[in-house]
Design a protein around this ligand. Structure first.
Ligand SMILES: NC(=O)c1ccc[n+]([C@@H]2O[C@H](COP(=O)([O-])OP(=O)(O)OC[C@H]3O[C@@H](n4cnc5c(N)ncnc54)[C@H](O)[C@@H]3O)[C@@H](O)[C@H]2O)c1
Length: 268
């Protein structure tokens, strides 16, 4: 299937996990993809995978916690591919602590990587998404086609998750941002949606013994498994398929929604 033929997409946090799978899936579906990650080597590897899948790729190591970096990334995308049609705000990180141990550094870092990158990337994309559609409305009465913004939130924002006050606040913020953008950008036929993964096997959910920045204790992993109706953890490709659907014209009449990709996780 090539539902993104001729489209240009930016995927943040595309060096690993869900972002990488999404970039590769978009390549398979015919898109040119800007592979954005702060880690250069995994981003370059993803770009090769996109090209092997039949897409065109451009690496961006811009850290969009900085708005100027986001603007540089969008300008480079337009320079390389002529336009931008799809933005996938996927970059994310965890720094888990029980709430009474939370501090400003952990709070600020997780809010920046999960929420501010999405704010800045979306803002920097406005000339390419909103303004392009506005021009088309002026010329021909309506946008030429639907443009798309998708976000990766998390089922944790719905249920709460012990140790993740910073992360759930950021992921809830993503949903508020997504719903407001859907309202503001609807008249320009920019669809804005989020996917909410449950438990997907990436470095964020790998088993950890204790002390590491990323990962989940094995007993909590086992507990999570019991809440999943399908009885197994998800893979990055499962979430990539949801992003690809929402980015495609199959979802032109869907906006302002959160699509859970959880295997039927209890409470999510
Ligand atoms: N794995 C899960 O179970 C799960 C569940 C719910 C939501 N999510 C969300 O999915 C998204 C992807 O997570 P993942 O599980 O694939 O993790 P991952 O760690 O495998 O991939 C995240 C990527 O984001 C990159 N990154 C970090 N800071 C960045 C920045 N400032 N700009 C650009 N890239 C940056 C990292 O280098 C990494 O390559 C995140 O938003 C995460 O919160 C994951």
């Amino acid at each position: 299937m090539a539902r993104l033929e001729g489209k240009v997409a930016i995927v943040t946090g595309a060096g690993r996990g869900i972002g990488r799978a999404t970039a590769v899936r978009f390549g398979q579906e015919g898109a040119a993809v800007v592979v954005n990650d702060v880690d250069a080597a995994p981003a370059a590897e993803t770009a090769s995978m996109v090209e092997a899948a039949g897409g065109r790729a451009l690496v961006s190591t811009d850290d969009t916690v900085d708005l100027d970096a986001a603007r540089r990334m969008l300008a480079a995308a337009a320079e390389a591919f002529g336009k931008v049609d799809v933005v996938v705000n996927n970059a994310g990180i965890t720094r888990d602590r029980t709430f009474h141990n939370m501090d400003d550094v952990l709070w600020g870092f997780v809010l920046d990587v999960n929420l501010k990158t999405a704010f800045h990337t979306s803002l920097a994309a406005m000339p390419y998404l909103r303004e392009a559609a506005k021009r088309e409305i002026g010329e021909q009465g309506r946008p030429a086609y639907h443009r798309k913004v998708t976000f990766t939130t998390s089922s944790a924002f719905l249920t709460g998750n012990a140790g993740q006050a910073n992360y759930t606040a950021a992921k809830g913020g993503i949903v508020g941002l997504m719903r407001t953008l859907a309202r503001e950008l609807g008249p320009f036929h920019v669809n804005v949606n989020a996917v909410a993964p449950g438990f997907i096997e990436t470095r964020l959910t790998q088993a950890k013994a204790g002390g590491e920045d990323l990962g989940i204790p094995e007993n909590v992993r086992q507990m999570a498994l019991l809440t999943i109706a399908l009885g197994y953890y998800g893979q990055p490709e499962d979430v990539a398929a949801a992003h690809a659907f929402l980015a495609s014209s199959d979802a032109d009449y869907i906006t302002g929604t959160v699509l859970p990709v959880t295997g039927g996780m209890l409470g999510a």
